[in-house]
Design a protein around this ligand. Structure first.
Ligand code: A2P
Length: 326
């Protein structure tokens, strides 16, 4: 944990300015928040406005009023800032974040593209943490998919549409307290967890975090491995995360050092051996994101251990969300 005294500043404002200059205002405020909680609240916390960002919502409403069909009302238009193609089946992109857009790490938003009378929108998990200045998304490419066949051609400077009301169950609020947070993902189901593992609140709530990522082929594991390298390379985040985050990456169709579905790893002793022990209802809290079949199989394992499914209104020991985009 960062201590303000350690970075040579006499006031919190000075420390935040120094952190913000290096890492962006969001992370500085968030770490300030976590520290404030720990120090019994010396100062109050609110997400700061994001420097240099336009209020996309106002811009969009002004531009669209009276010109486009009703179906476009309330949508934000966001400029794409970067695009990275990870494999022939996956890519990620970042876009600007409207100052008004707040979300909890792990939530999803409806995003998409104009499409005649009705915009083409799909639910996408926000892969960036809630303190980040940009929004990041990680997507599958489906050759004949109505949205991803077009999204995969995004270029820097293009614009996407977003309904700026993120929601979701893969959030801390839907889980009861526990010691270890276990995040099970397959394919692009890793996206919400890319947000959660970069959120300092996660490490405030849990002693240890395990992220599992299972894909068909080795190159599809790159996104998750890159996330860990990014955390390790970030002075502030690595200080918060320390040695408490473990990534288990497995393949199912291409030979690799670690193979098999995580459901099989849980049924034999491979999950326990690779982490700090077997999945337990007493200590573990679980989030699951992947295909419908994957969700059902993981859910059955959790319920078999006596865990109850949680929601925003009734927190429990595990939560699930499907990662389906076409
Ligand atoms: P498998 O290759 O054995 O089907 P997909 O790309 O089809 O979404 O699959 C992503 C990964 O999820 C693959 O490694 C796949 O394994 C795995 N997977 C598919 N179904 C399940 C399931 N029911 N439980 C656990 N893992 C699954």
């Amino acid at each position: 944990m960062i201590c303000y005294g350690e970075i040579g500043c006499r006031t919190i404002d000075a420390a935040n300015s120094r952190i913000a200059a290096k890492h962006g205002a969001g992370l500085a405020a968030l770490i300030g928040c976590v520290n404030a909680t720990k120090n019994k609240g010396f100062f109050s916390f609110d997400l700061p406005p994001i420097p240099g960002q336009t209020n996309g919502m106002m811009m969009m409403n002004a531009e669209l009023s009276g010109e486009l069909p009703k179906t476009y009302r309330g949508l934000d238009q966001l400029k794409v800032l970067s695009v990275r193609h990870w494999t022939k089946r996956t890519f990620s992109f970042t876009c600007e974040r409207p100052a008004s857009l707040r979300f909890r790490s792990g939530e999803f938003a409806m995003i998409g593209l104009p499409n005649g009378e009705k915009p083409l929108l799909r639910a996408y998990s926000i892969a960036s943490p809630n303190w980040a200045d940009d929004l990041e998304f990680y997507s599958i490419k489906v050759a004949d998919g109505p949205l991803t066949s077009r999204l995969q051609n995004l270029q820097v400077g293009d614009e996407i549409l977003i309904r700026p009301k993120p929601v979701g169950t893969l959030v801390h609020d839907a889980l009861i307290a526990g010691k270890r947070l276990v995040l099970f993902s397959t394919g692009t189901g890793i996206a919400p967890f890319a947000s959660i593992i970069r959120d300092p609140e996660t490490y405030d709530k849990f002693e240890r975090v395990v992220l599992t990522h299972t894909c068909r082929d080795i190159d599809e594991l790159d996104y998750g491995k890159h996330l860990l390298a990014e955390i390790e390379g970030d002075e502030l985040l690595s200080d918060v995360v320390g040695e408490r985050l473990t990534l288990i990456s497995t393949t199912t169709r291409q030979d690799s050092a670690q193979m098999g579905r995580m459901t099989d790893w849980l049924r034999d002793d491979r999950f326990a051996a690779a982490t700090s022990g077997p999945l337990s209802a007493e200590h573990d809290r679980v989030m699951i994101c992947g295909s419908m079949a994957m969700l059902q199989d993981h859910k059955a394992i959790c319920e078999g251990l006596g865990m109850a499914e949680g929601s925003n209104s009734a927190p429990g020991a595990f939560v699930i969300e499907k990662a389906f985009v076409d």
